[in-house]
Design a protein around this ligand. Structure first.
Ligand SMILES: Cc1ncc(COP(=O)(O)O)c(C=O)c1O
Length: 388
């Protein structure tokens, strides 16, 4: 390996929300989607050069950012992106809010597939829309989409958007081409716009790789909105940069106006530089990162299968967020997460945060050095052995 993912970095005291939001000593945070590795090393050097400029006035989004995005999507995902489709934003959540504001009126319905990323609930509610839950079916330790229910929900005359999470946080599914084809066809039949949040698209462990909704929509001659970012891939969330691909020029103009109205239309100077460097030079680093995460996942799975038979590990196809079925403990996910925090200072996310469909589960972040993961698993075991 060229890069050292084993190195432990002290992040406490750096205003990291992951490490500093709870001031308890010796806390081990394995919750929010934020990695503990040193990111791609040339980034620090490039950002230092910007700091040295000594002037930090308003910035524009330089041509290099668009070129880097086009290059990355072509090379990594085999998608040809036209420059005109791209809108920049300070974040994916801000971008999704802007789309909801543009495509809906208060009281309209937005479909989300639950369990779902918790801020999906916030952005839909913030847009004064009603949430329609299309629960993902959980059977024998795996998840599959409920197309019948999706068809029913999409047929509501108030349903305007399906907010697709591709790959899916928190359940770790990387949707297949066949699944996405069906989703696209159902939504097209009922005039429901699919917004595909692909922020986790580079973190796909599965051999088949990431299937972008852009490809599916293009194949079916449908308009599309795809949200992406370098922030999860390279751990740049504190810099605030994201982007959208919108094929329809009228919609793009309106969403751009809304992004500006929200004050979320321009990533910072640092964010633009970080995205450009990551996407033009970071392929090898991402390949090693995915390899390391896959090894961490194997270690977690083996540990849990050996020591904790009351937990089922849901297959991780994408992201570094492992979804643990803890229903056999008989505990509510919030109570179990609280117990882990109180007893062993282990901070993980309760599944109920992701909607009622997440009850009985925990989400644990494994993007950390192996030694940290080992410590986290030991703490998990200590609690479960004693209390469950
Ligand atoms: C699916 C998904 N979308 C969006 C976000 C947030 O993106 P941003 O920080 O760019 O708003 C996250 C963060 O975890 C996420 O998992």
């Amino acid at each position: 390996m060229k890069y050292n993912f084993d190195q432990i970095r002290i992040r406490k005291g750096t205003h990291s929300i992951k490490w500093d939001a709870n001031e308890t000593e010796e806390i081990l945070p394995m919750w929010i989607a934020d990695m503990d590795f040193q990111t791609f090393p040339p980034l620090a050097e490039a950002l230092t050069q910007i700091v040295k400029q000594g002037n930090y006035g308003y910035n524009m989004v330089p041509h290099e950012v668009y070129a880097a995005i086009i290059h990355w999507w072509q090379k990594r995902h085999g998608c040809t992106v036209e420059k005109d489709w791209i809108l920049a934003s300070t974040g994916v959540s801000a971008a999704v809010s802007a789309i909801i504001a543009t495509l809906t009126d208060p009281g309209d319905e937005v479909i989300i597939q639950t369990p779902a990323y918790n801020h999906f609930f916030d952005v839909v509610n913030g847009g004064k829309c009603r949430i329609l839950e299309n629960r993902i079916i959980y059977e024998n330790g795996t998840y599959r989409l409920d197309f019948k229910d999706l068809e029913r929900k999409a047929s509501s005359h108030k349903a305007k958007i399906l907010l697709l999470c591709n790959p899916h946080n928190p359940i770790g599914r990387a949707w297949t081409e066949a699944e996405l084809q069906k989703v696209a066809a159902i939504c097209a039949r009922h005039g429901v716009y699919v917004i595909s949040d692909e922020i986790h698209c580079d973190l796909v462990a599965h051999e088949r790789g990431h299937i972008s909704f852009l490809k599916i929509a293009t194949g079916q001659n449908l308009p599309f909105v795809v949200c992406g970012a370098a922030s999860k891939t390279f751990n740049l969330s504190g810099l605030h940069a994201a982007y959208l691909f919108i094929s329809d020029s009228e919609l793009r103009k309106n969403v751009e106006r809304q992004l500006w109205a929200q004050g979320t239309g321009t990533p910072s100077l640092m964010a633009c530089e970080a995205l450009t460097i990551s996407y033009t030079q970071g392929d090898e680093w991402v390949a090693e990162l995915n390899w390391y995460i896959a090894e961490n996942y194997r270690m977690l799975k083996a540990f849990i299968e050996k020591h904790l038979n009351q937990i089922v590990v849901v297959q991780l196809e994408a992201t570094y967020l492992v979804w643990l079925d803890c229903s056999q403990t008989g505990m509510k996910s919030k109570d179990l997460a609280d117990l882990l925090l109180q007893q062993e200072k282990l901070w993980v996310n309760p599944g109920a945060m992701y909607g009622a469909a997440g009850e009985g589960f925990l989400r644990i972040n494994i993007a950390c050095p192996r030694e940290t993961l080992r410590e986290g698993l030991t703490r998990l075991k200590n609690v479960l052995e004693k209390f469950c």
